[in-house]
Design a protein around this ligand. Structure first.
Ligand code: PBG
Length: 326
């Protein structure tokens, strides 16, 4: 079993393109590069602002971006996922100029010092706040997949090292994969949000990403947390569509699913410690009810114990201070 898995993964050139990704997928040690730091960037702002609930995490304005990355890199963090929040909303055409500008800015400065994933969802871009486009109250699959794959291509052309489709739309991974391959980006990995619940724990994020649905909820495309088999099938589907890495979300609330997904797909599975999960630690610490650092480490080791290969967490930039020297 184990050998089979290793060979499969080693064969995957997309996951050995640089040392950061190699560390991220290393099965030998629990390394700092296995933590991914989310970064929010908002168009049209003149100053960065606090995100309520998320401690020192900020929604960045353009002028503060390079400084933030420099600070994070100096702290030992070099694996990032970017959320780009445009100023104008639309329900058909998505302006790529801001995202292109931001990605070029970051990658021209830091080049291969960082691994830069870009979250590919349109919920910050649509007027509806939904992760896909609707036509007559129904999801318009064809159009949604088209705009998403075009966005993915534009991100990669501007320097994104990896794409993380979070929309949970059927077909999104295969559409992005074929679009990237057709344009000679077959080395760019896709990290799929493959088991993502319509969760109650995304509150602080939605405020930061300005992505609260304006009608209904996300149950048309996100999973019902009551169903285990659907949750596992979803990851299997995205693995079959060609995802290089899989993910469960919310992480701590999906511990039971990590091992079965690994067994069924033979792919590596990460966990997203989502905003609500992280904010609850911050709040408990504020109320002097827990020791923040110790509790945070407990959650990380618990995710690892459950089989998470990598962890997206709002405190990735603090991993070194918390004891991850390598
Ligand atoms: C976009 C997206 C969400 C999160 C990551 N990407 C919100 C959602 O699906 O509503 C949540 C992350 C978090 O809460 O930290 N679709």
């Amino acid at each position: 079993m184990m050998t089979g898995k290793k060979i499969l993964i080693n064969k995957n050139m997309r996951l050995s393109s640089n040392q950061i990704v190699k560390n991220m997928v290393s099965t030998k040690l629990f390394l700092r590069d296995q933590f991914i730091q989310p970064v929010f960037i908002k168009e049209g702002e003149t100053s960065s602002s606090r995100i309520s609930g998320l401690g020192k995490n900020k929604s960045l304005c353009k002028d503060d971006i390079l400084k933030q990355f420099e600070n994070d890199i100096n702290k030992g963090c070099r694996n990032f996922i970017l959320f780009i929040i445009p100023e104008k909303k639309s329900d058909e055409i998505f302006d790529k100029s801001f995202s292109n500008e931001i990605l070029l800015l970051i990658k021209n400065e830091f080049k291969d010092e960082i691994q830069l994933w870009v979250d590919l969802c349109i919920c910050s871009r649509t007027r509806s706040g939904h992760c896909c486009l609707y036509k007559d109250k129904k999801i318009d699959f064809e159009l949604s997949l088209k705009v998403m794959s075009e966005l993915a291509l534009s991100y990669v052309e501007s320097g994104a090292d990896g794409i993380a489709p979070s929309s949970m739309l059927k077909g999104v991974v295969s559409k992005i994969r074929s679009t990237l391959d057709l344009n000679n980006f077959n080395q760019v990995p896709i990290m799929s949000y493959s088991t993502k619940f319509a969760s109650n724990f995304y509150g602080p994020f939605r405020e930061a990403a300005d992505s609260t649905p304006q009608f209904g909820d996300r149950s048309d495309y996100q999973l019902d947390f009551k169903s285990r088999s659907e949750a596992i099938d979803s990851s299997i589907r995205y693995a079959n569509e060609g995802a290089d890495l899989l993910m469960v979300k919310p992480g701590l609330l999906s511990l039971d699913l990590i091992k079965p997904i690994i067994e069924k797909t033979k792919k590596q599975v990460g966990a997203y410690q989502v905003s609500g999960e992280y904010a609850s630690l911050i709040q408990l610490a504020k109320d002097n009810l827990i020791n923040y650092e110790k509790a945070l480490l407990e959650t990380w080791f618990t995710l690892k114990r459950a089989g998470a290969q990598f962890i997206i967490t709002y405190a990735a930039r603090n991993a070194k201070e918390l004891g991850f020297d390598k």
